[in-house]
Design a protein around this ligand. Structure first.
Ligand code: HEC
Ligand code: HEC
Length: 375
């Protein structure tokens, strides 16, 4: 038995022995505490395929259209047709699909692209996803009624419910019976590469843990091709919304398997440090023209997740900082004001919401931008 399994079994035993009589706090005195019922309720928002977990409520197509235009259309298009931030949500489904429950266009090789409603089998997934994750810039900001309404609007866009429809917890099961791809869900495929590449056809979700006589060594059979490595911009300049987890520098080739790992994790995007030179005047330089100023500004970009939408040299959702710097050289006040207030219509159809940082912090970033956005 491997060390890992041994430890796992020991832990399982300990938990069964102590778990029955003691609370978790009792097993590990001084470590953590039980979650309160309110905390559990705040996490426990999933809506399952059989609609278990769906809160009571309702919303109409017409209400949904107003919400859509105010809060969703900027990214997804007025008719859910935009491919700007994600593949289109609406389109590609027919009345016949609603009857059969299988979307014909999924097997039509001449049909361009696959929309959300072509693929999704369960309406609960749409409801749940909007409820937990949308709008992208303000997840969980919609009321239950608003989620019903905007879901009703999307159903209407796809021809699944009529214009005067009101979606509710009491009729949602009937609507599920009209989902165009409700019978199209399959596990008869691998995520990637599919059977069209190697004949691999085993569903990723049907793996069974191997307990003995497992394969002696892992053999890598496919790698991300070089041309795809930097396809989403330099991951080192981007940041996840939670935690400061920077990705690898995708502008450089991947380390070969045998390469030594550098002893210290060096931040990827730092410029070579200039040696501090003694100035006779010893004037304190304005922070931003110095290395320290850039560092502080870059840290703020990470702290406020600006890097989710802006790359240093690459457009993501918003413009590249190098382009912003070019456009507003010297215009510190303008830039600071725009960061705090948000922006719309200058760079494209997607607006930037107001940013929740202090005036001093906005100023610090603005000084850095207006001075050329040094790395
Ligand atoms: C700022 C841009 C933005 C706004 C505003 C926005 N979305 Fe999204 N939406 C996205 C992005 C980006 C994704 C893909 C996210 C991902 O895959 O992690 C997405 C994904 C989705 C999906 C899932 C599609 C799929 O096939 O997985 C739905 C449904 C959706 N959005 C609905 C909405 C609704 C409803 C609103 C308004 C209440 C809204 N969105 C507002 C950017 C946005
Ligand atoms: C949700 C995505 C998103 C986030 C997060 C975000 N931005 Fe933006 N930003 C945008 C978009 C989109 C634009 C273009 C808006 C426009 O066309 O007017 C933009 C524009 C800008 C501009 C140019 C404004 C102008 O008038 O031309 C600056 C400066 C800027 N952002 C700085 C920041 C800073 C600093 C942060 C973090 C504190 C930040 N952004 C966070 C999406 C974002």
């Amino acid at each position: 038995m491997s060390r890992f399994l041994e430890t796992l079994c020991m832990t399982a035993l300990l938990v069964t022995v102590t778990g029955a009589s003691a609370q978790s706090a009792g097993s590990y005195p001084g470590v953590g505490r039980d979650a309160t019922p309110k905390e559990v309720a705040a996490w426990d928002i999933d809506v399952r395929a059989d609609f278990k977990g769906l809160p009571a409520g309702s919303g109409t197509v017409a209400q949904g259209q107003d919400i859509w235009e105010a809060k969703c259309a900027a990214c997804h298009g007025f008719f859910g047709e935009s491919g700007e931030v994600f593949s289109p949500l609406a389109g590609g489904v027919t009345k016949e699909d609603i009857k059969t429950g299988k979307v014909a266009n999924l097997t039509n090789t001449t049909f361009p692209g696959r929309t959300t409603f072509m693929k999704v089998a369960t309406l609960s997934t749409i409801w749940d996803y909007i409820n937990r994750a949308m709008p992208w810039t303000a997840p969980k900001s919609l009321t239950t009624g608003e989620v019903y309404a905007v879901t009703a609007f999307l159903l209407n866009l796809n021809g699944i419910v009529p214009d005067d429809f009101s979606l509710s917890d009491t009729n949602i099961r009937e609507v599920q019976q009209r989902m165009p791809n409700r019978n199209g869900m399959t596990t008869e495929h691998a995520l990637w590469p599919g059977k069209e590449f190697h004949g691999v056809n085993k569903p990723d979700t049907k793996n069974v843990a191997c307990m003995k006589d497992c394969a002696p060594a892992v053999k890598v059979t496919s790698l991300l091709p070089d041309f795809a490595r930097n396809a989403h911009g330099n991951l080192a300049e981007q940041n996840r919304l939670i935690g400061a987890q920077h990705g690898v520098d995708t502008t450089r080739p991947e380390r070969a398997a045998g390469d030594a790992v550098p002893a210290t994790a060096t931040p990827v995007a730092t410029a070579p440090q200039a040696k501090p030179t003694q100035s006779k005047l010893a004037e304190p330089k304005p922070a931003a023209s110095s290395n320290a100023g850039s560092k502080a500004a870059l840290a703020l970009l990470g702290k406020y997740n600006c890097t989710v939408c802006h790359g240093l040299d690459k457009k993501i959702v918003g413009p590249a900082y190098s382009d912003v710097a070019k456009k507003y050289a010297g215009q510190v006040d303008y830039v600071a004001k725009k960061i705090k207030a948000g922006s719309a219509g200058v760079w494209g159809p997607i607006p930037m919401p107001p940013q929740p940082l202090s005036e001093a912090e906005a100023m610090q970033i603005a000084v850095w931008l207006a001075n050329g956005a040094a790395k």
